[in-house]
Design a protein around this ligand. Structure first.
Ligand SMILES: NC(=O)c1ccc[n+]([C@@H]2O[C@H](COP(=O)([O-])OP(=O)(O)OC[C@H]3O[C@@H](n4cnc5c(N)ncnc54)[C@H](O)[C@@H]3O)[C@@H](O)[C@H]2O)c1
Length: 365
C-alpha cells in the first residue's frame, strides 16, 4: 500500500469529450491516490466545459504542453483514434504512465509499438476495455476459468444498437477512426473473447455500410460487422456481431448487449441490461437459471466504490480508472494492458483483410 505521506499521482487528460466526462472524471474522483491536474483538448469550447466541470486550472490546446507540465505523472488519452499512438508514444517518451481509450491504435503495428515502448520505458500501460469491469462479465470470466462450463465449444456476442442515420462525427470517418463498428464496439468483445477462450487463431469477417451519409455528412465506415472465428483453444468457435442500425433496439447501456459461452459442462449468458446477474445452466438441465453475483464481484477488488450507489449499468466504468491508479501505486501491470489492446488490434487487422479479400485469414500469433 502507498504510504499516506506520498504525493498524489497527478493525472493529465488529453481529449476531454464525451467519454471523459462520463467515465474518467468520476472514476478518478474515486481514487484517493490520484489528482486530476491538467486538461488538454484541441477544441477550445470542449476544454472550457471540462475545466469548468472539474475545476482544473491547467489547460492546454497542445498535448506536448500538457506532457511538459510538472504536475502530470500519468496520462489518459481519450481523443479520436488516429492520434492515440502519437500521443501515447510522446507520453511514454516523457516517462508518463498511460491509460489509452480503445481501440488503442489504427493498426496492429502501431499498437504493438506502443506496448513495446511502454515496456521498455517501464511505465504502466492500460487499454480502456471498459467492459472488463462489468461485474457479471468478470464473474462469467471467473466461472469459465474455474472450469464451470468445462471445455468451451462456442463464444457468442451480439451488440445491437439503433443509432439510425444520425451523424457520429469522427466515428464515421476512416482516416480519423480507422474502422467503424469493428473498432467502436466489437473491439471490446474481441478482447472479452480472448479473456474467456484465449487467442483467436483464424477468422472470416464481413461488414456493411447502410448509410453513406449521416445527417448530411459523408460516412466511409461500416455500420455493421460480424466475425466467425476459430480459437486456438480446441478449435472452439466464435460468432461476434455488432451493429449501429438495429432499428428500434435503443442505444448504449439500454440496448441489446449479449454474450454467451457454451462448454462441455454448461453454459453462461450475460446481458448488460442486468449487469449484476448471470444466467447459467449445466449439463442435464434445459433452462437458464438467473443467479445473483457474489458480493466480491460487485466491484473491482479494492475499489472504494459503493456498488449500491448509482446506476449499475454505468458505475462499473469508474473502476477502470481505479485499476489504472492502483497499478501505478502497486508498481504492477495494469489489467487490461496495451498487450491486450494490441492482441485485439491484430484480430481487427485480420478482419479488415478478410473483408477486403473475402477469405479466411490467420491471425498472427
Ligand atoms: N471505453 C469505452 O467504453 C469508450 C466509450 C466511448 C468512447 N471511447 C473511446 O474514447 C475516445 C474518445 O471518444 P469520445 O466519444 O469521448 O469522443 P469525443 O469526440 O466526444 O471527444 C474527443 C475529444 O478529443 C479532442 N481532440 C481531437 N484531437 C485532439 C488532439 N490532437 N489533442 C487534444 N484533443 C484532441 C476533440 O476535440 C474532442 O473533444 C475514442 O477512442 C473512443 O473510441 C471508449
Amino acid at each position: 500500500m502507498r504510504p499516506t505521506y506520498m504525493k498524489p499521482i497527478g493525472v493529465g487528460i488529453v481529449g476531454c469529450g464525451g467519454i471523459v466526462l462520463q467515465n474518467h472524471v468520476p472514476g478518478l474522483a474515486l481514487c484517493p491516490a490520484a489528482r486530476l491536474t491538467a486538461l488538454c483538448d484541441a477544441d477550445a469550447a470542449v476544454l472550457a466545459r471540462a475545466a469548468q466541470h472539474t475545476g482544473v486550472a491547467a489547460t492546454f490546446s497542445d498535448y506536448h504542453a500538457l506532457l511538459a507540465h510538472p504536475g502530470v505523472d500519468a496520462v489518459i488519452i481519450a481523443t479520436p483514434n488516429f492520434v492515440h499512438a502519437p500521443i501515447a508514444q510522446a507520453a511514454i517518451a516523457a516517462g508518463k504512465h498511460v491509460l489509452c481509450e480503445k481501440p488503442i491504435a489504427m493498426n496492429h503495428a502501431e499498437a504493438k509499438g506502443m506496448a513495446e515502448a511502454a515496456e521498455r520505458a517501464g511505465v504502466r500501460h492500460m487499454t480502456a476495455f471498459t467492459y472488463r469491469f462489468v461485474p457479471a462479465m468478470r464473474y462469467m470470466a471467473h466461472l469459465v476459468r474455474a472450469g464451470a462450463i468445462g471445455q468451451p465449444y462456442h463464444f457468442r456476442s451480439c451488440r445491437l444498437q439503433d443509432w439510425g442515420t444520425r451523424a457520429v462525427g469522427w466515428r464515421q470517418v476512416a482516416k480519423l477512426a480507422g474502422s467503424g463498428e469493428l473498432g467502436d464496439m466489437l473491439s471490446h468483445r474481441i478482447d472479452y473473447a480472448h479473456l474467456l477462450v484465449g487467442p483467436i487463431r483464424r477468422l472470416v469477417a464481413d461488414d456493411r455500410r447502410f448509410h453513406d451519409v449521416r445527417d448530411g455528412q459523408v460516412s466511409d465506415l461500416e455500420d455493421w460487422v460480424a466475425i466467425l472465428a476459430e480459437f486456438e483453444n480446441h478449435r472452439a468457435s466464435g460468432v461476434l456481431e455488432s451493429t449501429k442500425v438495429a432499428t428500434g433496439r435503443g442505444e448504449g447501456a439500454r440496448s441489446q448487449d449479449y454474450c454467451e459461452i457454451n462448454g462441455t459442462e454448461g453454459s453462461l449468458v450475460f446481458q448488460l441490461e442486468r449487469p449484476l446477474e448471470l444466467q447459467v445452466t449445466k449439463k442435464g438441465e434445459s433452462v437458464l437459471r438467473t443467479v445473483p453475483l457474489p458480493e466480491e464481484f460487485l466491484k473491482w477488488p479494492g475499489s472504494p466504490r459503493d456498488p449500491r450507489v448509482g446506476d449499475p449499468a454505468f458505475t462499473f466504468r469508474y473502476d477502470q480508472d481505479f485499476e489504472f491508479i492502483q497499478a501505478i501505486v502497486e508498481q504492477r501491470p495494469c489489467v487490461p494492458s496495451f498487450v491486450d489492446g494490441a492482441r485485439a488490434q491484430a484480430v481487427m487487422d485480420a478482419a479488415g483483410v478478410s473483408i477486403r479479400e473475402k477469405r479466411w485469414v490467420e491471425v498472427p500469433a
